[in-house]
Design a protein around this ligand. Structure first.
Ligand code: MG
Length: 249
């Protein structure tokens, strides 16, 4: 039995959804479609250091998926014992976004195009689910992954209030896809995003594309973890097969 079949059985055991088929993939952007987390963490670190707030660059990997305001509030509470005002959030997030752009365009994630192609060929709709408001990347989606995400199938910072690890972004993604949690999978690279996917009730795939250990993704509720995007893309047919042929009772 494949690792994929075991993971699917474990997720759906005893559930009514055993005969459901896969209709949608809810897909995170940073660290999944783009190798952009190095740039984001460097930009956050530079901004925080300028404010004189004690921090490490690596801690920003752990905050991936939160809204910009939530990350700024972690820094503000540490340094000043209070949340940032709306004006401070606006100014500091703009500064961080500018530093991110200064570092140049992040690379497309190797293997991501193949993953999307395989989902499309299997008749699975793709829904973008990101907490990002970074337009420098969002604007590139149509150029880099043409036809993969229709404009009405995107959840971004514009329509998310809570951000990950709240399940809200993925629940919105399910609404856009018009399907139930047992008919969709979440594809994530960060623990808070995995937790959001897990809480939404979807079968959640964790992919390690940065320094975050696989164990952190499992602890956050990932149903299966892959060591890289090319590895996930190559095994995706096995996962699709397992999800579309569930026998869990
Ligand atoms: Mg991500």
């Amino acid at each position: 039995m494949t690792e994929e079949k075991i993971a699917v059985e474990r997720h759906f055991v005893g559930s009514e959804a055993q005969h459901a088929t896969l209709k949608a993939a809810l897909i995170d952007m940073d660290g999944v479609l783009y190798d952009s987390m190095k740039g984001h963490t460097a930009a956050w670190y530079r901004m925080a250091c300028e404010l004189g707030i004690e921090c490490t660059r690596d801690e920003f990997y752990a905050y991936e998926g939160m809204t910009g305001a939530a990350t700024i509030n972690i820094l503000f509470n540490r340094a000043y014992g209070r949340d940032a005002t709306a004006e401070e959030v606006k100014e500091l997030y703009a500064r961080k976004a500018a530093y991110f752009i200064e570092m140049g365009e992040p690379e497309m994630m190797p293997g991501a195009a193949l993953m999307l192609e395989r989902l499309r060929n299997a008749g699975v709709q793709r829904v973008l689910v990101t907490g990002s408001g970074q337009h420098s990347i969002l604007d590139r989606l149509d150029r880099d992954y043409p036809g993969m995400f229709s404009p009405d199938k995107r959840v971004t910072a514009l329509n998310v209030t809570h951000g990950k690890p709240d399940p809200e972004p993925y629940l919105k993604g399910l609404q856009l896809a018009g399907c139930r949690a047992d008919e969709a999978i979440v594809i994530e690279n960060a623990p808070l995003g995995v937790l959001a996917g897990h809480r939404s009730g979807c079968f959640t795939v964790g992919i390690t594309t940065g320094p975050i250990p696989e164990a952190d993704m499992t602890a956050a509720g990932a149903d299966i973890v892959y060591p890289s995007m090319p590895e996930f893309a190559s095994r995706l047919p096995l996962l699709l097969n397992a999800l579309n042929n569930r026998q869990t009772k």
